[in-house]
Design a protein around this ligand. Sequence first.
Ligand code: NAP
Ligand code: NAG
Length: 319
Amino acid sequence: MSIIIYSIGLIASFAIAKSILDFLWFYFLRPTNHWQKFLQGPSPYAVVTGATDGIGKATAKELYDKGFNLILHGRSEKKLKDVVEKIQSVKSKSTGQIQDVKCFLEDGSEAGIDFEGIAKKFEGLNVTILVNNVGSFTIRPERFDEWTEEEHMKQIRLNSLFPMFLTRAFLSSLRTTACARPALVVFIGSFSDETPMAKIILYSATKHFVRRLALGLHADERFDTPDDKAVSFMYANLGPVSSQMVREPPSFVRPSSKLFAEKLVGTFGCGRQMVVPYVGHYLMRLTFTTLPEFLVAKMLSTSARGLIEEAIKKSKSQS
Ligand SMILES: NC(=O)c1ccc[n+]([C@@H]2O[C@H](COP(=O)([O-])OP(=O)(O)OC[C@H]3O[C@@H](n4cnc5c(N)ncnc54)[C@H](OP(=O)(O)O)[C@@H]3O)[C@@H](O)[C@H]2O)c1
Ligand SMILES: *[C@@H]1O[C@H](CO)[C@@H](O)[C@H](O)[C@H]1NC(C)=O
């Protein structure tokens, strides 16, 4: 009997020690310069979607400063032009030169996007990183069955289908890149992929879709190609970030877009398929995954209620 208890204790201690060591390693000790792998070879490009605000804009700037050329996506011509100009108004911190910045416009929630056409526009460029960042949710007073099918479709198109088909369109070019040097596709997720929240049902569902897509693609590419010549995929998970979407001042659990982007790029090439780039988010998620489910649901519904009521009030005053 005592040997069983002893063994259980031993296994449990190992498990706890392993997660503590892994935590310390990932957030404080690990080298965060693996993104350099994606700079190898002549004129490397990074694609960033939803690059006109928040996390996407900050990530674009971070990659530019690290020496990447950019292909940026947005939906507003004016905003996109301003961002491109602003980024190119200074030299890249690492190359000391003005890097090339190209762009494309597309409302990701619309049907009938010519994804092949987008990829064709940038054919021949060595894209080494694709950051599928674009995404958003709409909180409205109407209930799930009161939204029109088209309103639901818009959310699914923007958060799931746009990243999926854009990745598909760039895949053959990424594969060519990956034969000579590493290539990476990143999907920006959300904690809502596993914590159910009222009023943003499809947001959670679409983020969960993207997560499975990233992990599946990583395995699939390795079915036909050896690991060191295959395109890599990563799902970056996150909690609140101060941005256009979440207009709250930064705090420990809500980093600025700039700080988040820095941590995000620090995970590129780390070899994991699923990361929580920012330590405050990790600790936040730890409480969700450790506490009993009913308590988490209660906490979430209480904290979400204020947020939801606010958003509903805003949407009512707009319409
Ligand atoms: N901020 C958070 O707390 C948080 C938490 C978890 C996950 N995330 C995820 O992080 C990613 C970036 O979010 P963010 O907070 O940086 O958002 P944000 O500040 O609102 O920026 C979103 C970007 O996407 C673009 N965009 C929005 N709808 C679009 C559409 N229909 N077609 C084309 N472009 C569109 C925006 O363009 P405009 O500039 O024209 O509006 C902007 O460039 C999203 O995938 C989001 O789900 C954010
Ligand atoms: C892309 O990289 C290859 C080598 O991997 C190089 O031959 C080619 O010139 C590069 N293309 C551009 C547009 O720089």
